[in-house]
Design a protein around this ligand. Sequence first.
Ligand code: AMP
Ligand code: MG
Length: 268
Amino acid sequence: MGQDTLVKPGARISLNDYDPGFCSGYHKRDTAVVDRLAADLETMRELQERLYAEGKQALLIVLQGMDASGKDGTVRHVMSGLNPQSCYVVSFKVPTPEELSHDFLWRIHRRTPGKGEIAVFNRSHYEDVVAVRVRGLLSEKECRRRYDQINYFEQHLVANGTRVVKLFLHISADEQKQRLEARLRDPTKQWKFRPGDLDDRARWNDYMRAYEDAIAACSTDLAPWHIIPANRKWYRNLVVAQIVAATLHEMDPQWPKPRADLSSLVIS
Ligand code: AMP
Ligand code: MG
């Protein structure tokens, strides 16, 4: 679908090379867009059912992005089509004292999906190499060590049957400004606004550099990063649904064999 979202392992990246307003051949949220999204959501639902029935593999979807980049909206529009029986969302906030008393992957590992499940992480262990670094609480050397630990950790998950897909929702600074302004004006969205969000916005360039570094260091064959053009919400939803549907297709979950020979059974 147009601009390649996949970050090739080992490649250096510049987010400036990725247009956050890109929307392929589409121009607006017309019926072609609506139909395509509906088709991918249907594929996701069908394959989720098979994944659950099979009970051998799991899928972890990591969502990262600046404030107002659309992490919550992606969960609402794309993931809410899934059956809650075997899908859940975890939103990672500033770590609690208990979480901080452990290594940074402790709180992450305990929320990873079990076999047959899909988990969506709204923020993740990448906060520990991006937000923490930008706020000056992590040396460059320690950050590199964490990249290694993240890569080992994710490969450990993959080796144990969990697919890991990481999505960076890429918006422009202008788009964030508009969305934060709308948030300030809208009583139904004001609750999302924290004064600290403006401090993060003031460090926009530092965040972009930190994301570029982390994404480049941790996009691996087994656990790739995708950069999603996210200025247009409908296009973001389309791309995310397409990636999740394609991933489930690749995982190719199979209906399990019946537990017994059912051919002679009669229900009286
Ligand atoms: P929100 O997702 O908008 O509710 O905000 C959650 C806040 O928690 C953001 O400012 C994140 O940067 C912050 N946060 C999440 N995880 C961590 C972490 N491991 N270390 C520091 N801050 C974090
Ligand atoms: Mg926020």
